[in-house]
Design a protein around this ligand. Structure first.
Ligand code: MTE
Ligand code: MO
Length: 543
């Protein structure tokens, strides 16, 4: 029995060491690529490139599933997924290497080709981005070749194999004596050196890549936002009803939802940043530096941002006090006319430093609403996560058609001529925010004592305003909620209804009516293609 076990263990040991060689080769490839990326630019780091390509290629339905199910951790899971995939692939190649050393090593090179294609396929690709995958693949292939060589060599000091070896010169995997034998010492040394060197290279590369954001961080610290020339209308004292569990009127920056495709948050040095404005109907192309923007008239506005991926009752909505330049002013300086005034461009395409494209109707930007090139958020420069140094904010439009972060270019074109990133992926080209309302308290499935229970939450219909919110219990008559006062139509509004709750299980449902008198539809739709609709409801138990 024991003998059989020992034999099995021995038979499995070589494939296991082959798989280990594959892992070490992959580690060496990634480590080398990471180090080279630090010399090229952080955006060319292997996981950033591979993950970014996966995001772009992921079918819309899967992406939506990830955003809904994994929430804002979805990027962590993506990195893990990519690593698991690479690891499995590498272990396979490592085992293959036991018999076909050259083919397996060539397999690593194939992975490098995939890396090169991924790098070049990135929307903001630069030629140098091919270096990390090329160097990584060569190093990885070399390591695999070397380790497989140790595994297939006869133990040091034993006579050369007499069986002629395998087609690719790999030699016999079985030592002449019949027992499993290989250059154990050589393998252990090579494996240890490879592991240490790639861990070192990877760690150093990561550190360099991270610290390359230092100038950007310094430039952000150095920003002192001027007081706005046009202050935001004062919010009435009661804008915050002060009911626990209800989203505060102003969302703190660190609690503000974040939705973007950036695996690595771009860290832009504001002192080297500029914005280019050009395209159809632009009489005076502009290039504006960050300083230029700060010297222009700055307006301050409270605007609620909403993501099209927000499901009914969902968390992807937040309200901030923004400071920025009126986008309409900049466009007018460039000589842009609205389509209704004879301008040739009906779409404003915003491009970000990492290659996102977001298309906004020119007519909307010029219709008098407070569309901003924002530089400040809740009293500080934009956080890196939210688009430092400059982003767009357009009241009334979902973020994916308006709120480009890490902005670097504005191009005037037409909807007929150009589809922006999300539009290529099944989302609507134009997407005004739908009237929505959300119950924040009581929480779903909460137990509350009988008596007066405040039912409260937020409602939004940016640019139209929220005129009324109603709640009903168990599909009974709609009851009018009290609305918190707000200064403008561009923010959400808190609401509360005092519910005379009686024992039992009840379903609370909310709907809002916008400033145009349109009642929020009860018709349930998903988020694709232009935002979810339907009533939010929660079931609670009253005891
Ligand atoms: N550069 C860039 N800007 C972007 C996105 C992106 O993926 N990349 N996502 C958009 C989407 S879908 C939304 S909802 C808002 C979210 O802004 P926030 O992350 O600051 O809340 O940013 C928009 N701007
Ligand atoms: Mo979004």
């Amino acid at each position: 029995m024991r003998g059989v076990k020992a034999n099995t263990a021995q038979r499995l040991r070589l494939p296991a060491l082959g798989a280990l060689s594959g892992l070490l080769a992959a580690g060496a490839a990634l480590g080398a690529a990471e180090l080279v990326s630090a010399a090229v630019r952080p955006e060319s780091a292997p996981l950033t490139v591979i993950g970014g390509s996966v995001i772009d290629a992921t079918p819309q339905a899967v992406k939506e599933w990830a955003v809904q199910t994994l929430g804002q951790d979805n990027k962590t899971w993506l990195r893990r997924g990519v690593l698991v995939f690479v690891a499995l692939f590498a272990m396979g190649l490592g085992v293959l290497g036991l018999r076909h050393r050259r083919i397996a090593s060539a397999g690593v090179l194939v992975f490098g080709v995939v890396g090169v294609l991924a790098a070049l396929g990135r929307p903001a690709a630069e030629t140098g981005d091919v270096l990390p995958p090329v160097v990584g693949a060569v190093v990885g292939a070399g390591v695999l070749y070397l380790l497989a060589g140790r595994l297939t060599a006869a133990p040091a000091g034993s006579p050369p194999p007499t069986d002629g070896g395998l087609p690719d010169g790999g030699g016999s995997v079985v030592a002449p004596g019949g027992g499993p034998g290989f250059d154990r010492r050589g393998f252990v040394i090579a494996a240890s050196v490879a592991a240490a060197a790639s861990a070192g290279a990877g760690a150093l590369g990561r550190r360099l890549n991270r610290s390359s954001g230092a100038e950007a961080a310094a430039s952000r610290t150095a920003v002192s936002l001027p007081a706005p020339d046009v202050a935001a209308p004062a919010q009435p004292a009661g804008a915050d009803l002060g009911i626990g569990d209800v989203a505060p009127f102003r969302t703190p920056n660190d609690a503000f939802y974040r939705i973007d495709t950036a695996l690595r948050v771009p860290r832009v040095d504001a002192t080297r940043w500029s914005l280019r404005v050009h395209g159809a109907g632009v009489r005076t192309p502009l290039t504006l530096t960050f300083e230029d923007l700060l010297e222009r008239e700055l307006v301050e506005r409270d605007i609620t941002l909403t993501c099209v991926s927000n499901q009914v009752g969902g968390p992807y909505v937040g309200n901030a006090r923004w400071i920025g330049v009126r986008l309409a002013d900049v466009l007018r300086d460039a000589g842009v006319r609205a389509p209704s005034a004879g301008g040739p461009a009906d779409q404003l395409v915003a491009r970000s430093v990492e290659g996102m494209t977001i298309g906004t109707p020119v007519e909307t930007v010029l219709d008098g609403r407070d569309a901003l090139l924002a530089v400040g958020m809740n009293g500080e420069p934009l956080p890196f996560d939210h688009g430092f140094p400059v982003r767009m904010v357009v009241p009334g439009l979902y973020g994916y058609v308006s709120a480009c972060k890490w902005l670097r270019e504005l191009e005037l074109t037409t909807f007929a001529d150009y589809d922006a990133y999300w539009v290529k992926r099944d989302w609507a080209a134009k997407a005004p925010i739908k009237t929505q309302s959300r119950i924040d308290t009581p929480r779903p499935l909460a137990s509350v004592p009988a008596g007066t229970v405040p039912v409260a939450g937020v409602a939004w219909a940016q640019t139209r305003g929220v005129a009324r919110v109603e709640v009903r219990v168990d599909e009974g008559p709609w009851q009018r909620a009290e609305l918190a006062p707000v200064a403008t139509d561009d923010t959400w509004r808190q609401w509360v209804w005092q519910w005379p709750a009686t024992a039992g299980r009840h379903r609370l449902e909310v709907r809002a009516t916008d400033g145009d008198g349109r009642v929020q539809t009860a018709r349930r739709t998903g988020t694709v293609p232009d935002g979810a609709s339907g009533h939010h409801s929660v079931v609670v138990t009253v005891d």
